[in-house]
Design a protein around this ligand. Structure first.
Ligand SMILES: [Zn+2]
Length: 321
């Protein structure tokens, strides 16, 4: 009971302050309840300072989320957490194991961002990305959409829900950019897209930008092919405690890759070799979005026990042309 006045104070601060919506800690989770849970808070942040302020003022909420996440953990190499998949629009058992967790035995923490996988194939971050896309864009079924992946469950989901979707993969120099391989997979490189200006109402790009040596050029290109008033929704490795982007690797004047930090490779659906990560982004990524012409750019943070967005908050970037 002693916590109640603090909670009221917290609600007042939220009403007064930068956020329009309350911060969801948890809520009722009834596996027999097939109705869509109440919408979680999708908080918007336009700079590092406002995010820091939010973290400072909501330490108790964040600690409670960690406690709830820990309580969802079960013994064994794999387990399931009940949650509402916003892509499938029903409650499902979300798979958690220790894939993608460095030193899993030592840390004992699943990679919550990459796991919590639904039967539809979508994990925590991808389900959250769909959630943000629908809530922040309200896309029409026939809206022209470009997504920077094509051999993935996310592309499949998009083609099942929208009639005008173009996907692509980076196939290198195996075939010309802008053309289709025999299996209809399109080859594109973000630094030089083959599309005409103003082609798409929405562009979705999830964990691709960090693999592009010149990410600024990629943002210039994404902005170019978006329609006026179009929206780019994207994710990338982002360290919200960092104001500035960390450059992990770069391409030198001879075209050779120079590693500034130990190389980090991410899973690649097209190759076992993995894909080199050039950047861990900081808040200056929003400045870059604005500098290349986006009229607004912000980070959306969401967390929800009911929707299975556990672990740290899912952080998505939204940039509006
Ligand atoms: Zn699903």
């Amino acid at each position: 009971m002693t916590k109640f006045p603090r909670f009221v104070g917290f609600l007042r601060r939220l009403r007064r302050g930068m956020q329009k919506k309350g911060v969801a800690i948890s809520g009722r989770l009834d596996p027999s309840d097939q109705q869509r849970p109440a919408e979680p808070s999708l908080l918007e942040f336009r700079d590092h300072a406002s995010y820091q302020q939010y973290r400072c003022e909501n330490g108790d909420v964040l600690a409670e989320r960690q406690r709830i996440t820990d309580a969802c953990k079960q013994a064994g190499e794999r387990f399931h957490v009940r949650g509402y998949c916003d892509a499938c629009e029903r409650f499902v058992d979300l798979l958690v194991d220790y894939q993608g967790t460095p030193n899993a035995r030592v840390s004992g923490q699943p990679n919550w961002r990459e796991r919590l996988v639904c039967q539809c194939g979508l994990n925590n971050r991808m389900r959250a990305a769909i959630h943000v896309f629908r809530q922040h864009c309200s896309p029409q079924p026939n809206a022209p959409i470009y997504v920077t992946e094509q051999v993935t469950p996310l592309y499949r989901w998009l083609t099942q829900h929208f009639t005008n979707v173009v996907g692509s993969e980076y196939l290198g120099k195996t075939i010309p950019f802008g053309t289709l391989r025999d299996d209809q997979v399109r080859n594109e490189t973000l630094g030089a897209l083959s599309f005409s200006p103003n082609s798409f109402q929405y562009i979705l790009s999830f964990d691709v930008l960090e693999h592009v040596p010149d990410y600024r050029l990629a943002l210039v290109e994404l902005h170019r092919v978006l329609r006026p008033n179009g929206t780019l929704v994207f994710s990338a490795p982002f360290i919200p405690a960092h104001a500035k982007t960390t450059v992990r690797a770069r391409v030198d004047s001879k075209g050779e890759i120079e590693h500034l930090l130990p190389p980090e490779y991410h899973g690649d659906p097209l190759s076992d070799a993995g894909c080199l990560c050039f950047y861990h982004f900081g808040w200056d990524l929003l400045d870059t979005c604005r500098a290349v012409g986006f009229r607004d750019a912000y980070v959306v943070a969401l967390w929800s026990r009911e929707f299975g967005y556990l672990g740290s908050e899912q952080l998505l970037f939204v940039a509006r042309k």
